[in-house]
Design a protein around this ligand. Structure first.
Ligand code: ZN
Length: 313
C-alpha cells in the first residue's frame, strides 16, 4: 500500500473542492410564482434549485414590491414569469434590473391563451375588467400549457448553460411523460365523477376546465382582491338557487364574507381549490401532484353532489 503524504492529500482535497465549485456554477433560476417554480424544478432537477419570488400567502394579483424581491431578482440569471397581466408589479422592476434573462410565459410560442371574456354561462359586468387584460393569465392551470412552458424553460436553460444540456433534456422528457400520465389519470377521474357544474371563487379555472372538460358554472369575482359588483352577486345567487346540490370552491388565500352570505340556506358544499399550489412540497414531481390535487378536490365534491341530486330527483 502506498502512503500518501499529508501535503499531497491536502492538494488533492483543494483541487476537488475547486472542481466541485466550478461545476456548481449552474444558473440561478427564479420563478415568479410557485406553480411556475414547480415546472421549473422538474426541468432543473439535478442541476440547480429553482427559487420562487412570491412568498406563500401572497397573491400575484396584489403583491407589492419589497426590497428583498429586488435582491432576489438581481442575483438571478434567469427569471420565469407569467406576464404583465398577472404580475403587475414586475415589469417596472425588470426594467431597472440588468443582467437577468426574463421570460414571460404568456408570450412564448405555442402557449394556449383563452380570452378573458366570459362565455355565455357567465354574468358579465363591465366594471370588473381591469388588470387581467385581454387574455386570462392563469395559463399554468393546464397540462398542455405546462408542456409548452417546460419546453421553453429547457430551451432557455440550455442557451445559458450548455454544459448541462443533456440533463435538461432528459428532465424535460421525464416531465412530458409524467404529463401524459397525469392527463389520463385525471381524464378518468372526471369521467367517473359525473357531470355537475360547480362554482369557483375567482375566474382562474378556464384552462383547467378546458383541459379536462369540467363545467365551471360561474365565479364569484374576476379579481380576488375586489368585492364583486352587486349585480353580479344577485345573478350568482339566482344561479346557485337553481343549481340544486352544488359545489363551490373557495381559495386558501381569501376568506370573503360574501361567500357565506350568498350560500346561506342553499344546499351547497364548500370545497377548497388552491391555484397557487401553496401546500404542495416542491420537488420534481410536484407539478403533477398540484394538478392531481385540484382535480381530486373538484371530482370528490361533485361526486357527492351528483349522488345527492340523484336521490332528490
Ligand atoms: Zn387570478
Amino acid at each position: 500500500m502506498q502512503f500518501v503524504p499529508i501535503k499531497q492529500l491536502l492538494i488533492t482535497v483543494m483541487l476537488m473542492t475547486a472542481s466541485f465549485c466550478a461545476s456548481a456554477e449552474s444558473p440561478k433560476v427564479l420563478a415568479s410564482i410557485k406553480p411556475l417554480q414547480l415546472i421549473a424544478q422538474a426541468v432543473t432537477e439535478g442541476v440547480t434549485h429553482t427559487e420562487v419570488l412570491l412568498p406563500p400567502g401572497s397573491s400575484p394579483h396584489s403583491h407589492s414590491l419589497k426590497p428583498s424581491d429586488a435582491r432576489k431578482l438581481r442575483s438571478a440569471d434567469v427569471i420565469f414569469w407569467v406576464g404583465p397581466a398577472m404580475e403587475t408589479f414586475l415589469p417596472k422592476m425588470l426594467a431597472s434590473t440588468k443582467g437577468v434573462k426574463a421570460v414571460s410565459m404568456m408570450d412564448i410560442h405555442g402557449i394556449r391563451l383563452l380570452s378573458s371574456e366570459e362565455d355565455e354561462h357567465h354574468i358579465h359586468e363591465h366594471g370588473e375588467h381591469h388588470d387581467h387584460g385581454d387574455y386570462d393569465p392563469h395559463i399554468w392551470l393546464s397540462t398542455d400549457n405546462a408542456r409548452v412552458i417546460a419546453r421553453e424553460m429547457a430551451r432557455v436553460l440550455v442557451s445559458v448553460d450548455k454544459v448541462n444540456q443533456s440533463r435538461y433534456q432528459s428532465n424535460l422528457d421525464r416531465f412530458l411523460k409524467s404529463m401524459d400520465q397525469t392527463d389520463s389519470r385525471n381524464g378518468q377521474k372526471v369521467e367517473q365523477s359525473g357531470k355537475q357544474p360547480f362554482f369557483v371563487f375567482h375566474n382562474a379555472y378556464g384552462y383547467l376546465q378546458e383541459q379536462y372538460g369540467l363545467e365551471v358554472a360561474g365565479y364569484f369575482t374576476l379579481n380576488p382582491e375586489q368585492q364583486p359588483g352587486a349585480r353580479h352577486l344577485v345573478g350568482l345567487k339566482g344561479q346557485l338557487g337553481k343549481a340544486g346540490v352544488t359545489c363551490i370552491f373557495r381559495e386558501p388565500q381569501f376568506q370573503p364574507a360574501y361567500i357565506k352570505r350568498l350560500t346561506e340556506g342553499l344546499s351547497v358544499k364548500v370545497g377548497v381549490l388552491d391555484p397557487l399550489a401553496e401546500n404542495i412540497q416542491s420537488g420534481p414531481e410536484s407539478y403533477a401532484q398540484f394538478i392531481n390535487q385540484l382535480v381530486d378536490n373538484i371530482t370528490s365534491c361533485i361526486q357527492g353532489a351528483v349522488k345527492k341530486n340523484d336521490k332528490l330527483s
